[in-house]
Design a protein around this ligand. Structure first.
Ligand SMILES: C[S@@+](CC[C@H](N)C(=O)[O-])C[C@H]1O[C@@H](n2cnc3c(N)ncnc32)[C@H](O)[C@@H]1O
Length: 278
């Protein structure tokens, strides 16, 4: 299915896209050595010494572009598994790097920007949960952004939701101390599911856990957890913290993604929280 995102124009991810040379397919060696697939994504950036942030499910790339422009001292890796959205976001970043007009917003104020602008953003076409699990080394990510994640409302699809025991265990592993998973959603049922997981994975000294939502989500989560929760340590690895709005967000926004803007126009409610690595 095509969403017609390029409006007939061929999308060109160009050098914004992480190439197969940079991320070769995983070898069979991971069968015996789970660490054999690890790569260091910091090496994919012009300045690998900068802090690394990952966005899961970048969609059209609006948040990523705004945030990367606001934080040139940070490297951002956007991961998107839907090919057309991945190509669209990468093409948008490539065009902005080249100083071309942004067809999404109609703005071309970046046309005078230096060509090096946005060298701190790359796009990866992958399943972010799998990428983080198999490829990312320990303790190198400062923030994982998860905004308006697909709710997968049918119960047979719940296992495709990003927030699961495995994901939280891997997020705790790859984050630097004090690093964050930042979550925003408009979907009450997904929020209930997420909150049930947060109750198990995060300390809550400030009373930020939505206990009513966690109780609602507990039954769904219990149904999916057929095995012992993966990687559950004796001590919860996260602390819940309030969500501070992003620098690139517009008036009254939390992060300023495409979905947030659309849903805000529809008057929907939002839920947001930060899980901080202890
Ligand atoms: C509802 S859209 C939200 C897009 C964007 N974050 C926004 O707020 O406008 C969710 C996006 O996440 C992508 N996605 C969902 N799960 C993913 C995963 N495990 N890895 C990479 N992308 C994923 C989907 O393809 C989709 O583009």
């Amino acid at each position: 299915m095509s969403f017609g995102l390029g409006r007939g124009r061929a999308l060109e991810p160009g050098a914004v896209a992480v190439s197969e040379a940079e991320l070769p397919p995983m070898s069979d060696a991971v069968m015996t050595d789970p660490l054999a697939g690890r790569v260091d994504p910091r090496a994919w950036f012009a300045d690998p010494g900068r802090p690394l942030e990952i966005e899961i499910g970048s969609g059209k790339g609006t948040f990523l572009i705004q945030h990367a422009e606001q934080h040139p001292e940070t490297n951002f890796l956007g991961i998107e598994w839907a090919r057309e959205f991945f190509e669209y976001a990468a093409d948008r970043i490539r065009r902005r790097r080249a100083g071309l007009a942004d067809e999404e917003t109609g703005r071309d104020e970046l046309s005078a920007a230096p060509a090096r602008a946005l060298l701190n953003v790359r796009m990866l076409h992958a399943d972010a949960s799998e990428f983080i699990r198999w490829r990312v080394p320990d303790g190198i990510v400062r923030v994982i952004h998860l905004y308006f994640s697909d709710p997968w409302p049918k119960s047979r699809h719940h296992r495709r939701r990003v927030v699961q025991d495995r994901f939280l265990a891997e997020a705790a592993r790859v984050l630097v101390p004090g690093g964050e998973v930042r979550v925003v959603t408009d979907h009450a049922e997904l929020w209930a599911w997420d909150s049930a997981y947060f109750a198990d994975w995060a300390e809550d000294p400030s009373g930020l856990l939505d206990r009513e939502a966690a109780a609602r989500g507990a039954a769904d989560v219990a149904r999916e957890r057929r095995e012992r929760p993966v990687g559950m340590p004796g001590v919860k690895p996260f602390v819940m913290a309030p969500f501070a709005r992003s620098a690139g967000a517009g008036e009254g926004e939390l992060v300023g993604t495409n979905f947030e803007r659309k849903y805000r126009r529809e008057g929907r409610a939002f839920w947001a929280v930060v899980l901080r690595r202890a």
